[in-house]
Each structure stands twice: as C-alpha cells, then as structure tokens.
Design a protein around this ligand. Structure first.
Ligand SMILES: O=C(O)CCC(=O)C(=O)O
Ligand SMILES: [Fe+2]
Length: 259
C-alpha cells in the first residue's frame, strides 16, 4: 500500500488525471479539500472500497499496476482490524461485541490517500483544515515518517508523530454518537512542512443502527444499560446530508445533536 501510494503520486499530473474527479462525483484524483481561506496544499485520491459492489473500478488507478490488488487487500485487512478494535470498545462499554460491530458491518468504507508536498511558505497554506471525521472509525497509515498531523486537546494542538509500524485510529462523529459520547471524536488538522513532503493513506468506515445515527440502544436506560441518551437519533441519510453539506459550520454539528 505504501509503495503504491508513493508511486502513484510520483507520476506526472497527466497520468494521475486518468482518474480525475468527475463533475458528478467525489471519487478520484484531485484537490478535494480546497474550501477554506488558506491555500489547500494537498493532492488526494478518494475511493469507495466497501462494500465491493459499490466500487467504481474505473476510478481506481491502473498505474502502478499493484495499486488495485494492494488496496483490495489493505481494505480487507483494515476491515478485520476495525472489527477487533470495535469488539474491545464494546467490552469496555459493557455491551455485546455484536451490538457495536453490527453497526459497522456491511456499511460503506472509503479510502483517501493524501500527498502534502513541501511548501516554502508553510504558514500560508494548510494541508487539511481542522475537522472531526464525519463517519464512524478512521484508520490512518503514515506512508513516511514526516510529521504534520495534529490533534486538539484542551485548546492546544498536539503533534501525532508517525511511529514505525503503527497506525493512527480516530474516533469519528458517528462512533461518538453510537457510544453516547463515551468515545469522543477528536478535532485534527494537517500542517505542511517546509522541507519534506508527507503521504498518508486513510480508511473511513461508516456506521449506523437500523438506518439511524443514534446512541446504541444497548447502552440506554430503556434497555437496562442505564444511560440517558445524550444525542438525538437522526436518519443516516439526513445525517450525511447535513454533516457533509455545510462544511464550514461542521464544528458545531455534534453539539447541534445534543439533547
Ligand atoms: O493526512 C492526514 O494526516 C489526516 C487526513 C485527515 O484527517 C482526513 O483525511 O480526514
Ligand atoms: Fe480527518
């Protein structure tokens, strides 16, 4: 996966544009995150990876040739890893593993590979504007050892340094709601370096219960779990529509669902 990513971004732009984002979609190669006041300093490829029948193979890079098989295998492995992580979280929350893993099973998974080239004026650009991930669970692979990811805690930004052999796991807003706030989604951003480029491969996994984004029923007082719901339930389609439309105001989105 790492080699494929590096080789793809190393291609001339004309070759990368073979899988350029189309006017009617979000998948493919392009500058996905250019929307804020600072100049967006990243090139990315976004692809749906699961369920298999949702894949748009014409937007999967054919160069390098190993890209497709690498991504297929990587996606399957990350799916397994996520199931293990969610089972551990369920144990921690005191609910059956299936209550949590079931919310993710068969739901959409997508992949973003990002390349942040070095910039001689890093203060004038942003790699990825501050945000929380909107879906359930995120697994991030550092392709190289260039730092850049930062997370917000107590009003301060902390670097998330790449560690050899490690993946970064982010709780997204849907998992935050599913766990009734026990696992909190974290605000993060990417700053760009002056000397070295940075490449990442990020998997986003969607989740919902019975077509809704809602606290797990197993956690709630009505089912003997003992908690009051802290977030209101919202149909998944409505959640996605609102969450991904007003990108500029998304910071207050979780709060707007608070009961
Ligand atoms: O590239 C990174 O380090 C983070 C990317 C990210 O936060 C995202 O794609 O949501
Ligand atoms: Fe993110």
């Amino acid at each position: 996966m790492k080699d494929s990513t590096v080789q793809f971004f190393g291609l001339p732009v004309g070759s990368k544009n073979a899988v350029a984002v189309r006017a009617d979609g979000f998948e493919g190669y392009g500058h996905h995150y250019s929307r804020m006041s600072k100049l967006d300093w990243a090139e990315s490829v976004i692809l749906i990876t699961q369920p298999v029948e949702d894949r748009n193979m014409e937007l999967w890079p054919t160069d390098p040739p190993m890209f497709k098989p690498a991504l297929e295998e990587y996606s399957a492995e990350v799916t397994k890893l996520m199931r293990q992580l969610l089972s551990s979280m369920a144990l921690d929350l005191g609910v059956d593993a299936e209550a949590l893993t079931g919310a993710f099973e068969g739901k959409r998974q997508s992949m973003a590979i990002h390349h942040y080239p070095p910039c001689q004026h890093p203060e004038k650009v942003i790699g990825n504007t501050a945000h929380t991930d909107g879906l359930g669970l995120t697994v991030l692979l550092h392709v190289d050892d260039t730092p850049g990811l930062q997370m917000l805690r107590g009003g301060r930004w902390f670097p998330v340094r790449p560690a050899a052999g490690a993946l970064v796991v982010n709780v997204g807003d849907i998992l935050h709601i599913l766990t009734n706030g026990a696992y909190r989604s974290v605000e993060h951003r990417v700053v760009v370096g002056a000397d070295r480029g940075r490449t990442t491969a990020v998997v986003f996994q969607d989740a919902s219960v019975g077509g809704m984004v809602a606290p797990l029923p197993e956690l709630l007082v009505v089912n003997g779990g003992g908690e009051q719901a802290r977030y209101r339930s919202i149909p998944r389609f409505e959640y996605l529509k609102v969450r991904f439309s007003a990108l500029a105001t998304r910071k207050g989105f979780l709060d707007s669902l608070k009961l």
